[in-house]
Write a protein that binds this ligand. Structure first.
Ligand code: 3HC
Ligand code: NAI
Length: 692
C-alpha cells in the first residue's frame, strides 16, 4: 500500500502492518495511510476481523515527538481512534516490544490486545512533561481501574505483558508466533459472534472509585508529593479524576485541551529537549556505528569505598561479573559488606527479590592481588583522589591487564592524560566518571584523553548504556564538565552567606527553583570533610565550611554541619550557632550584612555556572550545549522542567544573562561574572545555545 503501512490477508482476517522504523512512531507519514487502510477494511465485507501489528523491533512507541509544538496535520491520532472504534468486527492489537503513549492509546481503541510475553505497556507522557492526549487517561482506568491507571500514568513506568494480562489491559499473552496467534484470536472472536464493546463504554471498573472520590484524592495527593513543581503530573491526576466525574466525551475533550496546554508550555519543551539530548549525547563525531566496540565480559574495580562499591554494583546490576580489589582483606570485607547491605535494603523495600539479590552477589569476586585482573576487559579505578596513588595503581594495572583491556579512572578532577602517560597503553586509558551514589545516579562522564583510541570511547559508551547509565563524552580539564561548573557555583554560595543570606534561605531558593535540595543540604549529605580535605591539599580555604569542619561538624554523619540533625534525623534544622559563626565571619571580613533576595541567590549561583558552561563549549570540552544539560540533569539533579542550565539560559534569553553577569561583575569584581566570548557573541547576535 505504502512504505509505512501494509495490509496482509490471512483468509477473512486482515492484518495491518505498520512499518515506520526505528520505533514505529505515529508520524504523519504513517497516520495518513493507516487512516486509509482503516476506512477501506471497514467497508470490505470479506474482512471479518482485523489485526493491527508492527514490523521491526517494537509496536508503536508513541506519537512522533518531533511533531509536537508544530501545527497538527490531520488525520491526527484521535481521528484514527474514531475510525477503529467504528468497527463492528473484532479488532485486535498484536503487541511486541513496547506499546507506549499514543501506541498504547491506539491499542486501547481496539476491542482486544494480545501480546508477546516480553512486551511492555505504558503511558510515559509525563516524562515528556505531558499527559496522554488521545484518550489514555480515560481508557486505561476503564481497563485496569482508576487506582492502577493513576499510578501508571503519574509515574510513566511501563508494566510487563503478564502484569498487563492480570490487570485486564491485555487479553492474551503468547510466547511465540504473535501475529499468527493474534489472527487466530480475531477469528475465534468473529466466529463466536462475541459481543464487541469498545473500551470507552466499559465503566465497570470505575464504579467503586466513583463512590469514593475521597479515597482517590488521597491516593493522588500521595503520588503528587514528589512532583516538585512539575505541571504534568498534576494534569494527569486531574484528567484521570475526570473519568470518575464527567461523561466519557467531556473528559476526553478536556484531556485534549490539557494536552495542548502542556505541549506548548516551557516544562514540556524542556523535557522533550532532554529526551533528545540524552540520545544525542552518545553520538560522537568520528565514532560511527561501523566502529566495532571491544568485547566486555568481565569488569575489574580498584577500591571498594563509596564510589568503587557503587560502580561495582552498577556493573553487577547489568549482569556483568566484577573482580573487586582492595588494599587489605579488612577493607575488602568492609566494602563487600556494604554492597551486601545495600542489596538487603533493596529487598526490604520490595524493589529486589531475594533470588535476584543472590544472583547479583554471586557476580562479585573479592581480591587483594592485582594478578586477579588478568581476565578483565575493563578495569575502573576508584581509589583516593591523589595523583601519586592513581599513577601507582595504573602502573600496576598496566603490568597485569591483558593486551586490549581498557583502563578507566573515576577521578573527579585529575588529569586523565597524566595518568595515561604512566602506562604503556595510553590509547586504552580514559576517564569513566560516575556520580554518587554510583549505583543510583545515571550519569557517566566519558572522559576522552588526548590519546584515547576511538574504539575505547565506543566501548565505554556501549558498556555504560548496557548498564542503563547515560554516557556523555567530555574532554580533559580540571573537574571535567560537571564539577568544573559546580565549582563556579560553590564559591558564590558561601559568599552569599557572608553578605547576608542564611543557609536555609539559599537552600529554599534552590528548592523553589526545583532542585531536590540546596547546596548546604547537599554538603551536609555528602560530608563536609570531603571538600575540606580537597581544599587543604590545594592550599585553599572556605570561610564557613572550614571552621565548621574544624569543630567536627561534617554534616549528617556527625549530626551537625550547616544544619543540626538531632537523634539521627535526616531533616535539617537551622542552628543558631551556625548563624552566629556566619555573622562573626562577615564582621571579620569587614562585610556589612544586607538583605539578599531570592533573585540574587539564583542569579549569583546559576549564571556563573552558565558562563562556565559557555567557556567549556568554547574550549570544546563538551561537544554540545545539550550534553551539558544531560550532565546536570542526570548527575546533579538539575530540575528536569527547566531542561538543564544551557536550555534554561536560552529560555531566559542570553542577552538578559549577559546583562546580569555584567551587573554582578561591576558589583563584585569577580572573574566568574566576566561573560565568556561565546556567551557575549551569541547574546549580541540574538542567538541561543541550542541553535549554535
Ligand atoms: N518520536 C520520535 N522519535 C522517537 C520516539 C518518538 N516517540 N521514540 C524514539 N524516538 C527516536 C529516538 O530519538 C532515537 O532516535 P536516534 O536514533 O536518531 O537517536 C530512536 O528513535 C531510537 O530510540 P532509542 O535510542 O530511545 O531506542 P531504545 O531502543 O533505547 O528505546 C523506546 C526505545 C523505549 C521506544 C524509547 O525510544 C522511548 O522511550 N521512546 C519514547 C516513548 C514515548 O515517550 N512515547 C510517548 C510519546 S508522547 C505521545 O505518545 C502523546 C500521545 O499521548 C498523544
Ligand atoms: P573512598 O575513600 O570512599 O574510597 C576509596 C577506597 O580506595 C578506599 O576503600 C581505600 O581503601 C581504597 N584504596 C586506596 N588505595 C588503594 C589501592 N592502592 N588499591 C586499592 N584500593 C585502594 O573514596 P571515594 O569517595 O569512593 O572516591 C574514590 C574516587 O572517586 C576518587 O578519585 C574521587 O575523587 C572519585 N569520585 C568521588 C565521588 C564522591 O562523591 N565520593 C564522586 C565521583 C568521583
Amino acid at each position: 500500500m505504502n512504505e509505512t503501512v501494509r495490509v496482509d490477508r490471512d483468509g477473512d482476517i486482515a492484518i495491518i502492518v505498520l512499518d515506520n522504523p526505528p520505533v514505529n512512531a505515529l508520524s504523519f507519514s504513517l497516520r495518513a495511510p493507516l487512516a486509509t487502510a482503516l476506512e477501506e477494511l471497514h467497508d470490505d465485507p470479506s474482512v471479518k476481523g482485523l489485526v493491527l501489528a508492527c514490523a521491526g523491533r517494537t509496536f508503536v512507541a508513541g506519537a512522533d515527538i518531533t511533531e509536537f509544538g508544530k501545527p497538527v496535520q490531520r488525520p491526527h491520532l484521535p481521528d484514527l481512534i474514531v475510525l477503529l472504534e467504528r468497527y463492528r468486527k473484532p479488532t485486535v492489537a498484536a503487541i511486541h516490544g513496547t506499546a507506549l503513549g499514543g501506541g498504547l492509546e491506539l491499542a486501547m481503541a481496539c476491542h482486544f490486545r494480545v501480546a508477546d510475553a516480553g512486551a511492555k505497556f505504558g503511558l510515559p507522557e509525563v516524562k515528556l512533561g505531558l499527559l496522554p492526549g488521545a484518550g489514555g487517561t480515560q481508557r486505561l482506568p476503564r481497563l485496569v481501574g482508576p487506582a492502577k491507571a493513576l499510578r501508571m500514568i503519574v509515574s510513566g513506568v511501563p508494566i510487563g505483558a503478564r502484569e498487563a494480562l492480570a490487570e485486564g489491559l491485555a487479553d492474551a499473552v503468547f510466547d511465540t508466533d504473535l501475529v499468527g496467534n493474534a489472527v487466530a484470536f480475531a477469528r475465534a472472536q468473529s466466529t463466536a459472534g462475541a459481543t464487541l464493546v469498545n473500551v470507552r463504554d466499559r465503566d465497570g471498573k470505575l464504579t467503586a472509585a466513583r463512590a469514593d472520590l475521597a479515597g482517590f484524592d488521597a491516593e493522588a495527593a500521595n503520588l503528587l508529593k514528589r512532583s516538585r513543581g512539575l505541571d504534568a503530573p498534576v494534569f494527569c491526576v486531574k484528567s484521570v479524576r475526570n473519568a470518575l466525574t464527567m461523561s466519557f466525551s467531556d473528559a476526553l475533550a478536556t484531556e485534549r485541551n490539557y494536552f495542548f496546554e502542556l505541549v506548548l508550555g516551557d516544562q514540556s519543551r524542556a523535557q522533550r529537549h532532554l529526551f533528545f539530548a540524552e540520545r544525542e549525547a552518545a553520538k560522537v563525531p568520528g565514532i560511527g556505528k561501523d566502529l566495532a566496540p571491544r568485547p566486555v565480559r568481565r569488569i575489574g574495580v580498584v577500591g571498594a569505598g563509596t564510589m568503587g562499591g557503587g560502580i561495582a554494583m552498577s556493573f553487577a546490576n547489568g549482569g556483568l561479573p566484577v573482580t573487586l580489589l582492595e588494599v587489605s582483606e579488612e577493607a575488602l570485607g568492609k566494602g563487600l559488606a556494604t554492597i551486601a547491605k545495600n542489596y538487603a535494603i533493596s529487598v526490604s523495600r520490595g524493589s529486589l527479590s531475594e533470588a535476584e539479590k543472590a544472583k547479583r552477589l554471586a557476580l562479585f569476586t573479592g581480591t587483594t592481588r592485582y594478578a586477579d585482573f588478568a581476565d578483565c576487559d575493563l578495569i575502573v579505578e576508584a581509589v583516593f583522589e591523589e595523583m601519586a596513588l592513581k599513577k601507582d595503581v595504573f602502573r600496576k594495572l598496566d603490568a597485569v591487564a591483558r593486551p586490549g583491556a581498557i583502563l578507566a579512572t573515576n577521578t573527579s578532577y585529575l588529569d586523565v592524560d597524566d595518568i595515561a602517560a604512566v602506562t604503556g597503553r595510553p590509547g586504552d586509558v580514559l576517564g569513566m566518571h560516575f556520580f554518587s551514589p554510583a549505583n543510583v545516579m545515571r550519569l557517566v562522564e566519558i572522559v576522552r584523553g588526548k590519546r584515547t583510541a576511538p574504539d575505547v570511547i565506543a566501548t565505554a559508551i556501549g558498556v555504560a548504556r548496557t548498564i542503563a547509565k547515560v554516557p556523555v563524552v567530555v574532554g580533559v580539564c580540571h573537574g571535567f564538565v560537571g564539577n568544573r561548573m559546580l565549582a563556579a557555583r560553590s564559591d558564590e554560595s558561601e559568599a552569599l552567606l557572608l553578605e547576608g543570606a542564611t543557609p536555609e534561605q539559599v537552600d529554599r531558593a534552590f528548592t523553589e527553583f526545583g532542585w531536590p535540595m540546596g547546596p548546604f543540604q547537599m554538603y551536609d549529605l555528602a560530608g563536609l570533610d570531603i571538600g575540606w580535605r580537597n581544599r587543604k591539599s590545594l592550599g585553599r580555604h572556605a570561610a564557613i565550611a572550614d571552621p565548621l569542619c574544624e569543630q567536627g561538624r561534617y554534616g549528617q554523619k556527625t549530626g551537625r554541619g550547616f544544619y543540626l540533625y538531632p537523634d539521627g534525623s535526616r531533616t535539617p534544622q537551622p542552628d543558631l550557632e551556625v548563624a552566629l559563626l556566619i555573622e562573626a565571619k562577615s564582621r571579620e571580613a569587614g562585610i556589612s550584612r544586607r538583605a539578599i533576595s531570592e533573585t540574587e541567590i539564583l542569579e549569583r549561583t546559576l549564571f556563573p555556572m552558565i558562563n562556565e558552561g559557555a567557556k567549556i563549549l568554547e574550549e570544546g570540552i563538551a561537544q554540545r550545549a545539550s550534553d551539558i544539560d544531560t550532565i546536570w540533569v542526570n548527575g546533579y539533579g538539575f530540575p528536569v522542567g527547566k531542561g538543564g542550565p544551557m536550555f534554561y539560559a536560552d529560555l531566559t534569553g542570553l542577552k538578559a544573562i549577559v546583562d546580569r553577569l555584567g551587573h554582578w561583575h561591576a558589583k563584585t569584581g569577580k572573574a566568574i561574572y566576566q561573560p565568556s566570548t561565546l556567551l557575549r557573541e551569541l547574546a549580541q547576535g540574538g542567538g541561543s545555545f541550542s541553535a549554535r
